[in-house]
Ligand binder design. Structure first.
Ligand code: ADP
Length: 400
């Protein structure tokens, strides 16, 4: 079966075409700056790359352009769009309703719409992507794979905030958690690497990319996670603050430059994190380079130290939550590629039975590997994430 995976953002559409089962990638690409004059699409087939600079005034035209690339005589991989057997959509928020992927019907569409209030930047474009695909591919089954679903197994004591209970009843304020497709995929791969059934693994999974989150996984199920009501909570991220004292917000709002909700929101989401502390960059590669040049008292080094300290603190917290862990897993652009950050974030955890093999840690980039010392009670695994592949698998499972 041919499965198309669509990740529709407000101004971008990411796509990947798979042959299932087996997850063979036939083609992939990205439409960028949808709605702007300078919009373009990058389409890839094997090692070939095609740049298509065309106006993409809206998502409808974007989806049509993607389908025409997939069937194009020179750069396509299909004869006809009718070969597409199913479409999997990444949907950010499924609220409290969905703990699994769902075949899309009117009920599921209504729920995604209801959750727009909880994810106003993400669910509306996700919905547009679903509508446009349904129009372009009538009759083709579609599946929604939710970022929040994997964390729906959190116990009440972990997902509730100690706010007046009515804020939960009235506004559904609670921890939802995100990056669920990545944490779910990592959990399954880690179980395979450890030679255990998924239901038998306890893990601390660390997704460290531009956005960062961790999860405590007991018996293959998420029991706690660092992101919260929104993806702003938890770890220090590229431009997001992660955890702060909530009293900072009303304090800053009493100052003229932060008096508006939109300004505070922008400051916390776009101007904080690695960028805000270093004043230089949100990109870990640039920061590592800057810290090397400017020394250990530089703000770049401070940002790196804060990043690693927060990861380490949560590893400790989650080891306490789990009691016993089989492995700590690293993924995401930073987790997969930076031995230095992995080392700093796990340094001194021998106490918990976590011992890194420094040589293995340095040996390869972006590959699945066990980088713990032989005999380390808790393994340290590097597992490149595959969110699109996971969506394809979930989609295939739900329609086959
Ligand atoms: P996103 O969350 O947008 O998908 P990625 O998972 O691609 O982001 O992660 C981006 C982050 O990964 C950036 O901070 C980038 O600097 C970092 N990164 C990528 N390669 C390396 C590397 N070799 N060393 C350190 N950091 C890296």
């Amino acid at each position: 079966m041919i499965v198309l995976v669509i990740n529709c953002g407000s101004s971008s559409i990411k796509y990947q075409l798979y042959e299932m089962p087996g997850k063979k990638v036939l083609a992939r690409g990205l439409a960028e700056k949808v709605g702007e004059e300078s919009s373009f699409l990058t389409h890839r087939r094997d090692d070939e790359k095609f740049e298509i600079a065309k106006p993409i005034p809206n998502h409808k035209i974007g989806i049509e352009l993607i389908l025409s690339c997939l069937t194009d005589a020179s750069m396509g991989v299909l004869k006809n769009v009718k070969e597409i057997g199913a479409v999997g959509h990444r949907v950010v928020h499924g609220g409290e309703r969905y703990s699994d992927a769902m075949r899309i019907d009117q009920d599921v569409l209504s729920c995604i719409e209801e959750c727009c209030d909880l994810a106003p930047l993400h669910n509306p474009p996700n919905l547009i992507g679903i509508h446009e695909c349904r129009n372009a591919l009538p009759g083709v089954p579609m599946v929604a794979v939710f970022d929040t679903a994997f964390h729906q197994t959190l116990p009440r004591r972990a997902y509730m905030y100690a706010l007046p209970y009515e804020t939960y009843e009235r506004y559904r304020i609670r921890k939802y958690g995100f990056h669920g497709t990545s944490h779910a995929y990592i959990t399954h791969r880690a179980a395979e690497m450890l030679g255990k059934p998924v239901g038998g693994v306890n893990l601390v999974t660390c997704h460290l990319g531009n956005g960062c989150s961790m999860a405590a996984v007991r018996g293959g199920k998420s029991v706690d996670t660092t992101m919260g009501f929104t993806p702003l909570a938890g770890l220090v991220m590229g431009t997001r603050s992660g955890d702060i004292d909530p009293a900072i917000i009303p304090f800053l709002m009493s100052k003229p430059e932060y008096s508006k909700v939109a300004e505070i929101d922008k400051m916390l989401n776009k101007k904080s994190g690695l960028l805000g502390v270093s004043g230089a960059s949100n990109d870990m590669r640039n920061l590592t380079e800057a810290a090397r040049k400017d020394g250990e008292n530089s703000r770049a080094q401070l940002a790196i130290d804060m990043f690693c300290y927060r990861v380490k603190s949560y590893i400790g917290q989650y080891m306490a939550v789990l009691g016993k862990a089989d492995a700590i897993c690293f993924t995401g652009g930073i987790g997969e590629n930076s031995p230095h950050i992995r080392k700093q974030a796990t340094d001194g955890l021998d106490l918990f039975g976590v011992v890194m093999d420094n040589e293995k840690n340095e040996s390869q980039r972006g590959k699945e590997m066990d980088i713990s010392m032989a005999g380390s009670k808790v393994k340290i695994l590097v597992i490149p994430t595959d969110e699109e592949g996971w969506i394809a698998e979930e989609t295939y499972t739900h329609v086959k």
